[in-house]
Design a binder for this molecule. Structure first.
Ligand code: HPA
Ligand code: ZN
Length: 331
């Protein structure tokens, strides 16, 4: 058992379908007599050539998830993996696009099934889950509005945020401003993917045009130090997914990843897996690789866990409960 295994971890950036173990998806495909062999390699891992192909493979895998019951099973499988890595609190991205085709009543059934599974996992594994509804950028602004309406209808103590995922090169953040305004008015907290495939301007645009308090990835802000300083000063939190960035070739090695430099310059960084089986990672692996690459010790990871729970979108009572867990582990 090494140093990182016992550290309680907080994950803020996890796509639920993207966290599906490949064997789980193969099992569903078999039950439904669907042929998905093209999306796996000879070892049974998800196979994709680049980010855009990854999005296609992701959507193909998601085709097997057709009912609230399927999402119930998925949620249990995903949380079992997260808990095994020491995750005590997680926020997951959920898309009404995949859960009922953005129909509000259908979406409510999916959400009820996901929440029921999350309650079971909390009792079983001691892990707490909350949901962030994401619009999918390459599906366009019109569909995003419908997604925002689903989000507004189900906003509360469990659906706590609204975000934007998908192909960062499609459209501009401001195309989605209406949806973000609607989500904000419904009381949801806001995050958007930027600065992964887009450069520093994409991060600037998301902060200015969508009013987000967190950025998914955001790492390419490092290419503009004035922006880094602005992010640090405003307290915008980055949901950094180093293993995802290395797997997709944004950085060649872990040591090339800017997370350490961003942190040193005062940016609030957090650590997540994004789509763990796609990127051959887990939260424990992220911690181990960061410890190796940057000589990070328990003190750094403890500070990151504190930053993460402070940046979580959950209510204060939930936060206090998780903070107590962090404190108990430290004692
Ligand atoms: N990035 C952007 N969009 C996504 C991802 C991701 O990692 N996973 C699912 N949709
Ligand atoms: Zn992501």
């Amino acid at each position: 058992m090494n140093m990182t295994a016992n550290l309680p971890k907080i994950e803020l950036h996890l796509h639920l379908e993207g966290a599906a173990p490949p064997a789980f998806i193969r099992g569903l495909a078999k039950e439904k007599a669907m042929d998905l062999s093209g999306i796996f390699d000879e070892r049974g891992h998800y196979a994709y050539r680049d980010f855009w192909h990854f999005l296609k493979v992701y959507e193909a895998a998601t085709e097997t998830l057709k009912s609230p019951e399927d999402y119930h099973r998925l949620t249990l499988a995903v949380l079992e993996e997260s808990a095994a890595s020491g995750v005590v609190y997680s926020e997951t991205f959920l898309s009404p696009d995949f859960c009922g085709g953005r129909d509000v009543e259908a979406w409510k059934d999916y959400l009820a099934a996901i929440r029921e599974a999350a309650d079971l996992a909390e009792k079983r594994d001691g892990i707490t889950l909350r949901g962030i509804i994401t619009a999918i950028r390459h599906f366009g602004p019109e569909k995003a509005r419908e997604t925002a309406l689903c989000a507004a209808e189900t906003a509360g103590d469990w659906i706590v945020g609204f975000g934007l995922a998908g192909d960062e090169k499609m459209g501009k953040p401001k195309d989605f401003a209406w949806s973000f305004d609607a989500a904000r008015e419904a009381g949801l907290r806001l995050t958007a993917h930027a600065g992964e495939w887009g450069g520093p301007d994409s991060v600037r645009d998301a902060i200015r045009d969508l009013g987000v308090e967190r950025i998914g990835h955001g790492v390419r802000a490092i290419e503009d130090l004035a922006l880094v300083d602005e992010i640090a000063e405003k307290g915008v939190v980055l949901e950094v997914c180093p293993g995802s960035n290395v797997a997709l070739g944004i950085y060649r090695t872990w040591r090339d990843h800017p997370i350490h430099r961003l942190r040193e310059r005062g940016v609030k960084v957090t650590v997540s897996t994004d789509d763990p089986p796609f990127f051959h990672t887990t939260m424990k692996n992220e911690y181990d690789r960061l410890a190796d690459a940057f000589d990070w010790d328990e003190g750094v990871f403890d500070a990151i866990a504190r930053t993460s729970i402070d940046a979580a979108f959950c209510d204060g009572d939930t936060r206090d409960r998780i903070v107590k867990k962090l404190e108990a582990a430290r004692a």
